[in-house]
Design a protein around this ligand. Structure first.
Ligand code: HEM
Length: 266
């Protein structure tokens, strides 16, 4: 690839895309919080939505964590842990490949649902459909890279991508040159990935920031509701567990049973 184009795509574009994503998302949150959602169409074709959405989200979450850990872990940490480059490459290929196929099946179901059902199509904006198409293409290209990856299972190409990603984070001007010789499918995949970052604040992708990750870390608790009548002696049916000694707001409390039997209540 021409040196200038390489510098543009893998030297400058990453900073531009990440800056627009972060600043754009903050501005959208500040200015237009009511539009901060993924515009649900849940009430239409529910079954296809739940299967497609579950497959898609599970696959994409695995890919997201895999890309993050795989590309951003410093290579000396990988070496220090005694993880061979070939092993890491194979693990990325197998785990990423399975997650990619699951996400692709999910994305295909979601796209089919949006395009084929006239009611869902009517309620979808251009952006809703365009984002799904771009993600679908990105998944196809990602899965496509696995064929090239299988040609160099020693992990050399993977080390190159890790070097580029960490170089971008360290503002190393030598980072883009690392990608100048890699196969075009990787280049297109990375440019489209960065473009997805870029359009995040302007599309439904913005809901990524609100992913309820805390939900996975919540302490385990279980809410148990009993159907049998409460037998605690201090329990008042009108004032709850505080019992009849609790202050009554709004006058005398009368239970339904008392009202029906004609007595005046507490
Ligand atoms: C800027 C963002 C992205 C970058 C830099 C990136 C980079 C890469 C690279 C370098 C590989 C090849 C890994 C290897 O074989 O060593 C890859 C594979 C893959 N990518 Fe991405 N990617 C990005 C975004 C995405 C997104 C948004 C998706 C899905 C929607 C995705 C899905 C995949 C899949 C399915 C594979 C093949 C399985 C695997 O090796 O993990 N990528 N990506």
């Amino acid at each position: 690839m021409n040196e200038f184009l390489n510098q543009l795509a893998f030297g400058w574009y990453p900073y531009f895309a990440i800056t627009v994503m972060v600043v754009g998302s903050i501005l959208r949150f500040d200015k237009d919080q009511y539009s901060w959602r993924s515009q649900s169409s849940q009430f239409l074709r529910r079954k296809q939505l739940s299967l497609g959405s579950n497959l898609f989200h599970m696959g994409v979450i695995v890919l997201f964590v895999g890309h993050l850990v795989g590309l951003l872990t410093p290579i000396n940490v990988v070496d220090g842990l005694g993880i061979g480059h070939g092993f890491k490459q194979l693990a990325a290929l197998v785990v990423g490949g399975i997650a990619g196929i699951a996400a692709l099946i999910g994305a295909t179901l979601l796209l089919h649902r949006r395009l084929v059902d006239p009611r869902i199509r009517q309620s979808s904006s251009f952006g809703d459909i365009a984002v799904l198409v771009l993600i679908w293409v990105q998944l196809v290209m990602g899965i496509g890279t696995t064929w090239w990856t299988m040609q160099h299972l020693d992990g050399e190409e993977m080390v190159r991508f890790m070097g580029w990603a960490s170089g971008i984070i360290r503002f190393d001007p030598g980072a883009p040159a690392l990608l100048s010789e890699v196969a075009i499918i990787y280049k297109l995949h990375i440019v489209l990935g960065l473009t997805l970052f870029l359009i995040t604040p302007f599309t439904r992708l913005v809901h990524i920031w609100s992913a309820p990750i805390w939900f996975l870390l919540r302490p385990g608790y279980q809410i148990v509701r009993s159907l049998s009548p409460v037998r605690r002696p201090d329990y008042s049916r009108t004032k709850g567990p505080a019992g009849d000694g609790a202050p009554s707001f709004g006058g005398t409390a009368v239970t339904r049973a008392q009202a029906e039997s004609g007595s005046s209540g507490a």
